[in-house]
Design a protein. Structure first.
Lengths: 462, 492
């Protein structure tokens, strides 16, 4: 029975101009977004890979140099773009991609793409994820708002019910029609994209990406399903098509446009982000405190680099000074990043009224473009910096500490540079992303069930 | 009385009165106005708190600057009196230390007086830079700290309320101006009266437009005037006036679109669909697509290349000043060497090397950095042209210009900072090279930072041509709607 209903609805929708125009526009935008994103990603990744290889090469071949000066030149490392960033660039435009690992202080990931863009960037980024999150629910509302109320207004609902069609069949039929419309629009493009992405990857990474894609399908399925059942429910509950439309559009505006902004303002009040100045001052103070403690413990001086420390102890001093700082750096950056993650986790609860908030986090997580995965990269880069620093200090203790005032005449050679390993960053696997975002998915699933139940109730009341 | 010729003005006022009564009684208008007032209030609150945050930052930075200077001066006094011999990096008599770690000089840009009206780029671009002899690559890319997730979501500021939400409220109030009358069967009755459709439509719109404007325009301005003394100057009053004109023009534009759609004579649901489609296209899809197009037509140079250039330049400078870098270092065992003698001080050669090599790196990298700024200006020009396609972009650009939070102003700040950074270095360069010790007079005559505000005429021009364009668009569409409705096709 439900197949007949679905077929009839589908035919109706196909004849109606709404689906054709709106759907066509979405498909075109999706293709444009995919092509542009793909192009960008290929270019960025090859550029960064080449840049990093050149950089390491230059490190190895820097000739004879005082190790501390080598740490001055340092090393650049670049964040690789995850394969699915074409689908969802996530926070990508607003975080940097390049770290210059230098001596003494943790440097931040720099060069945010949004800094090289105009104010238009703030309207949003045209990506397939944006289209699916914002425009597709609108499309569902636009084609589905009168699917039940329209029947009632035309008097065909009574006839249907008088034939003894069970509410469940009616619901399933209507839902199947809507779902197949949406599916027809996005499935071909999505499938082609998925195949392309997976085919281009080395075999070792394929499994991970396939898992990610599968989870993405589940997340977006729940999300679009929520809107579908909600549309049907409202269409069945409300008196007229017009009222259903206005109500649904109002919900869409509030849930997809207003809620994300309000949520981030609210969590900012709840867990305030420190200003750069406060953060820097705090960090400097903590570093100084830790330094002072370490210096007095190791050398019995009150101030770092006290004149009473002979130059022949500078290698050891450098080591003590650096290591004293690690704790302060970890603590300060850790606190800042925890604040960011706490802000985001608090926003997930807004997902209860505005599913887009929950979905956005989940989608970024699966695409590998969320904050936790950015943090993972930052941490890896910082570990590499410490590795360089430790190797340099050890070498100074071994060699330069015997030279007294001629400390800086010491030159290390290629053997030392080669002791610093190449920076190989392995992005975390899908399980890492899932452990951060399973709550969002659970939330979406619960809301999906609720909206399906609401639709069932609404249709059975008729 | 029926025979008297209808006077359009009095009919219009009759319609306005009647419409007002209906809208107040069925509570749509008060409800929409309340929602708008709430959002405007909240948007303004967000804008104000962000502006205060940035004001406070500039204050803190300036305070920090003064403290450092006082500390430097008092240390210098003791050093000159021969009481303390310090390690090289913290000796203010040493010009290389003063240029670097001890500098405490900041380039700051205060908020424009109307900053609370739009957050724009201010949550991302820094409003102060710490000036030292460091290379530009090292200090020009420190951004303000903000959760990237929040940057992505955007702020709920007044500009968002105006650009995104206001058109939707206009839609709520006016998607069924004529269609509802027709669906209730009252349009026929109205048509039998000595009343033109154009008058009916204008009357209905006047009530709604005035109500919305009466909420959205005066509320923020009054609040700003009350709590922000800086907003009371003539220049600011003119800006507020242009802000009001701009917002009014934008509201009128959307009402004109509603009028045109109503004049076609479709059902209420279809009207609502068309309005929302128009809004989605102009406010959501076009700006996002334009962002992509701007990036494609005028792409930013590669940051990876910049990083590579920096590395090469750093390596070269390390090689060039190798002798200085590896010279003997006796200041730890012989602190006496750091004392000021005959206004001269021995600048440790390593510190001299740092100074020189950073300068060298900047010379090498500066052309690349310039390319970034030029490209951004190029993109901005492109946006100016493309904004003709979407009223949302047009208004957003003008709003951020008025608030002084647009990309242009931040770029100008960056530009001036770069120039100041060069002045700073030039001031110290001879002192470091000739080993001249810093004196107390020197400390009080260090180069000072002055932010030169952007030309007010430029901002005025940016705002007024956009306002004029919005008005022309609104009246063209409105005229079309009135012409179409009075042809009578709207009725049946």
């Amino acid at each position: 029975m439900f197949a007949i209903i679905a077929a009839k609805d589908l035919r109706e929708l196909a004849r109606d101009g709404r689906l054709l125009w709106a759907g066509g526009l979405i498909v075109i935008l999706m293709l444009v977004a995919l092509a542009a994103g793909w192009n960008r990603q290929v270019q960025l990744n090859s550029e960064r890979m080449a840049g990093q290889a050149l950089d390491y090469d230059a490190w190895l071949h820097q000739g004879h140099r005082h190790p501390h000066d080598a740490a001055e030149q340092g090393m650049h490392v670049f964040k690789p773009e995850p394969p699915l960033s074409v689908f969802d660039p996530g926070i990508g435009p607003f975080v940097g991609s390049t770290v210059w690992l230098q001596a003494h202080r943790q440097s931040e990931v720099k060069f945010r793409p949004a800094q090289d863009a105009t104010g238009l960037q703030r309207f949003g980024e045209l990506s397939p994820a944006w289209l699916l999150q914002v425009l597709l629910p609108l499309l569902i509302i636009v084609i589905g708002f009168n699917s039940v109320s329209g029947e009632r207004e035309r008097g065909t609902l009574r006839q249907l019910l008088s034939l003894g069609v069970p509410a469940r069949s009616l619901l399933l039929g209507k839902a199947a029609a809507l779902a197949s419309c949406v599916g027809l629009l996005i499935a071909p493009v999505g499938l082609a994209f998925a195949v392309l992405v997976v085919a281009r990857l080395p075999a070792a990474e394929r499994f991970d990406v396939v898992y990610r894609i599968a989870w993405l399908v589940a997340g977006y399925g729940f999300y679009l399903g929520i809107f579908m059942f909600l549309t049907l429910a409202v269409s069945a509950l409300v008196r007229s098509s017009r009222a259903a439309l206005v109500l649904l559009l109002g919900f869409w505006v509030a849930a997809t446009l207003i809620a994300p902004r309000t949520a981030s303002e609210a969590t900012n009040l709840l867990y305030p982000t420190p200003s750069r100045l406060d953060f820097d001052n705090h960090l400097t103070r903590d570093l100084a405190d830790a330094g002072r403690k370490a210096w007095s413990a190791h050398f019995g001086t009150q101030t770092p680099w006290d004149p009473s420390i002979p130059l022949s102890k500078w290698g050891a001093a450098l080591k003590v000074d650096d290591e004293a700082g690690y704790g302060a750096l970890d603590e300060n950056f850790g606190r800042l990043w925890d604040t960011f993650e706490r802000q985001q986790r608090a926003q997930e609860w807004v997902g209860l009224v505005a599913p887009v908030v929950a979905l956005r986090g989940f989608s970024m997580g699966m695409a590998g473009t969320d904050f936790s995965q950015h943090r993972d990269f930052s941490t890896a880069a910082e570990l590499q910096r410490r590795k360089i620093q430790d190797i340099v200090s050890e070498d100074l203790i071994e060699h330069a500490d015997r030279l007294n005032n001629a400390h800086f005449t010491y030159k290390a050679g290629p053997e030392l540079w080669a002791r610093v390993p190449r920076f190989n960053y392995e992005p975390p696997p899908v399980s890492f992303a899932l452990s951060h975002h399973w709550t969002s998915l659970a939330l979406l699933a619960v809301m999906f069930c609720l909206s399906a139940a609401l639709a069932q109730y609404a249709l059975s009341r008729r | 009385m029926n025979k008297a010729k209808p006077r359009p003005l009095s009919t219009l006022s009759l319609i306005v009165l009647h419409e007002t009564r209906i809208l107040v009684r069925d509570r749509t208008l008060p409800l929409v106005c309340c929602v708008l007032a709430l959002m405007v209030g909240y948007g303004l609150f967000v804008g104000l708190s962000q502006a205060t945050l940035r004001d406070r930052m500039v204050d803190q930075v300036l305070k920090h600057e003064q403290e450092t200077q006082a500390a430097n001066a008092s240390t210098l006094r003791t050093v000159l009196a021969g009481k303390t011999a310090l390690i090289p990096f913290s000796n203010p008599a040493n010009p290389a230390a003063m240029a670097g770690t001890l500098s405490g000089r900041y380039a700051t840009m205060a908020n424009a007086p109307l900053a609370a009206l739009a957050i724009g780029q201010s949550d991302m671009m820094p409003n102060y830079y710490r000036i030292s002899y460091m290379s530009k690559v090292q200090f020009m890319y420190d951004t303000e700290i903000e959760n990237p997730w929040n940057l992505l979501s955007g702020h709920f500021d007044l500009a968002f309320v105006i650009v995104f939400v206001l058109p939707l409220l206009v839609t709520t109030l006016s998607y069924n101006l004529l269609s509802a009358e027709r669906e209730h069967g009252t349009l026929r009755m109205l048509c039998s009266q000595p009343l033109s459709m154009a008058t009916l439509l204008s009357g209905k719109i006047i009530v709604r437009a005035l109500a919305l404007m009466a909420v959205v325009i005066p509320l923020p301005l009054i609040v700003l005037l009350l709590i922000h003394p800086g907003a009371r100057g003539t220049e600011q009053l003119v800006l507020m006036l242009s802000w009001s004109a701009l917002v009014a023009a934008y509201v009128l534009f959307w009402f004109a679109v509603a009028a045109l759609i109503n004049a076609i004579g479709l059902s209420s649901s279809t009207n609502a669909l068309i309005m929302v489609a128009t809004w989605t296209f102009f406010v959501l899809i076009l700006p996002v697509t334009m962002n992509l197009v701007v990036g494609l037509i005028s792409p930013a140079p590669s940051r990876t290349e910049l990083a590579s250039r920096t590395r090469v330049a750093t390596a070269e400078s390390l090689r060039e000043f190798e002798d200085l870098y590896s010279a003997d270092y006796r200041y730890a065992s012989d602190p006496e060497a750091l004392l000021v003698k005959d206004e001269r001080i021995e600048v440790p050669s390593r510190m001299r090397a740092f100074f020189l090599s950073k300068q060298k790196v900047d010379e090498q990298v500066e052309p690349v950095l310039k390319r970034f700024d030029e490209q951004l200006l190029q993109q901005q020009k492109l946006v100016d042209r493309l904004s003709l396609l979407s009223p949302a972009i047009l208004v957003n650009e003008a709003l951020t210009s008025i608030a002084g939070t647009d990309a242009r102003r931040f770029l100008a700040f960056k530009d001036q900072t770069e120039a100041f950074h060069n002045t700073w270095r030039q001031y110290f360069s001879p002192r470091i090279l000739e080993s001249r010790a810093m004196t107390l007079e020197d400390l009080s005559s260090l180069p000072r930072w002055h932010w030169i505000e952007m030309q007010a005429s430029e901002t005025r021009w940016i705002v007024w041509w956009r306002t004029a364009l919005m008005l022309v668009l609104a009246s063209a569409i409105g005229g079309l709607a009135l012409a179409r409705s009075s042809r009578g096709s709207a009725g049946f």
